[in-house]
Ligand binder design. Structure first.
Ligand SMILES: NC(=O)C1=CN([C@@H]2O[C@H](COP(=O)(O)OP(=O)(O)OC[C@H]3O[C@@H](n4cnc5c(N)ncnc54)[C@H](OP(=O)(O)O)[C@@H]3O)[C@@H](O)[C@H]2O)C=CC1
Ligand SMILES: O=C1OC[C@@H](O)[C@H](O)[C@H]1O
Length: 412
């Protein structure tokens, strides 16, 4: 009962957090497009941040922008995306446009001296990522800040999960996301190849970045990949379902699986499974000819939307063996599980409340960097964003569906 109450209280407060009064010189954000993700990823988190104000929106259709502004309490509606990135009252441009437009508008905003909070995946492909993240605009004195919003990294539960993993010992990891049928409509930007859609770009990007973090390395190759488009296909190159197997250094294997078409009966929370090789552990109570081996399995439920629910199960199997013939003497398993919603729960003195979403934790660090404060050190570097797009390209190349097109490149 207490668990259920805590669950509802946390999720209610996450969507209805207390508003704080704003500082006298806040950072002013503008959003390009009346994006569906805007409220969750930015506007609601901004309510609890004294230094952030959502100042303006621009949409392709001004009436739509006005309606959106009214609904979300955004004071200024600008005429066009161009007008927003040029507006001197805007400090940060939040880009939650279709993936295929990220490159063009991120560059345009940076050219106008704006900081950019850029939705994941950062761009359409590795070629665009190199051009964007190596742009001289980011390397001059006083250069604006660019962050790919890989929000789950910022939530304390991800920090705890990583503390349960020994990267060098991981032999296998998998990431699964099952989205029930009907949530993603055939007209969705995710099914638009020209706009760099595809399930791997979307839910699969979480899997690829999680595997890269778990192994602490880049995939060497994609060994297998199977993709299915929607039925009937919105675009024959846009995946609605995927499985892929990636080879990581030292023979380690990472698998991702995702679909927009699971039946509600088969729905499970997004989850990650990590298996470690057996490692010797010190135990002074052992006999002189004995060795103790630990094999660890970690399962993480709900990492994509950790505030709704998250749980990390750590299962250690121990075996005491005879050193000479490796014969088992004794074997047992120890399990523990933990849910984490604030840094305090993992003994770190960092800001956060039980109801903060990953987006709110991310906003905290984004503002810290703009203000030149060290924060908690969690970040998504330019190198990580570039490596991420390389890995995504690798999977699309193997699939036969092809790398997503660069912006304004003609589509056949
Ligand atoms: N971090 C996260 O948890 C999430 C991230 N995302 C990411 O955010 C981005 C936007 O996703 P989402 O909010 O679901 O997208 P939407 O379908 O809401 O589209 C966002 C905006 O794109 C604009 N747009 C510009 N050109 C086009 C075009 N040719 N066709 C369609 N729309 C266009 C529209 O703006 P206008 O109003 O001007 O017409 C629209 O409001 C994606 O990159 C996605 O991966 C999405 C969901 C969750
Ligand atoms: O970023 C995202 O997270 C969750 C998904 O369901 C959604 O499609 C996506 O854009």
């Amino acid at each position: 009962m207490t668990g259920l109450f805590t669950f509802f209280r946390r999720n209610y407060t996450a969507s209805n957090p207390p508003s704080v009064s704003k500082s006298s010189d806040p950072i002013r954000f503008g959003i390009l497009g009346a994006a569906n993700i805007g409220p969750d990823a930015l506007f609601i988190p901004a309510r609890t941040h004294a230094e952030v104000v959502i100042q303006a929106v621009a949409a392709r259709d001004k009436a739509k922008a006005k309606q959106y502004a009214d609904k979300h309490g955004i004071p200024v509606v600008l005429d066009s995306y161009e007008a927003l990135i040029a507006d001197p009252s805007i400090d940060v441009v939040y880009i939650a446009l279709p993936n295929g437009l990220h490159f063009k508008w991120a560059l345009a905003a940076l050219e106008n001296g704006k900081h950019v909070l850029l939705e994941k995946p950062s761009v359409s492909n590795a070629e665009e990522a190199e051009l964007l993240f190596h742009s001289p605009l980011l390397n001059k004195p006083g250069a604006p800040l660019l962050l790919e919003a890989v929000h789950y990294n910022f939530h304390p539960t991800w920090r705890y999960f990583m503390s349960q993993i020994s990267q060098a010992d991981v032999v296998y990891a998998s990431h699964t996301v099952l989205v029930p049928t009907g949530i993603i409509k055939p007209t969705d930007i995710r099914y638009n190849y020209a706009l760099a859609g595809g399930a791997i770009m979307d839910i699969g990007s979480y899997g690829i970045s999680a595997l890269r973090a778990i192994f602490g390395a880049e995939p060497e190759s994609c060994i297998e990949c199977n993709m299915k488009p929607t039925v009937p296909p919105a675009s024959k190159f846009c995946d609605a379902e995927y499985t892929a197997k990636l080879q990581f250094p030292n023979g380690a294997i990472g698998e991702i699986q995702g679909t927009y078409n699971t039946s509600w009966l088969k729905f499970r929370l997004p989850h990650i499974e990590v298996l470690h090789r057996g490692v010797e552990v010190q135990d002074d109570s052992l006999g002189p000819n004995q060795v103790k081996i630990r094999t660890r399995k970690v399962v993480f439920y709900g990492h994509m939307f950790a505030t709704i629910y998250n749980r990390i199960d750590t299962e250690d199997t121990y075996e005491v063996r005879n050193k000479d013939d490796q014969q088992p003497i004794k074997k047992w398993t120890e399990k523990n599980y933990k849910s984490v919603h604030s840094f305090r729960e993992i003994d770190l003195e960092q800001p956060g409340e039980f109801y903060w979403k990953s987006y709110r934790y991310q906003l905290e660090e984004f503002v810290n960097r703009i203000k030149g404060r060290s924060g908690n050190g969690i970040w998504v570097s330019a190198d990580q964003s570039m490596a991420q797009m390389k890995a995504i390209d690798m999977v699309y190349e193997k699939s036969g569906f092809g790398v997503r097109p660069s912006h304004e490149r003609p589509i056949s």
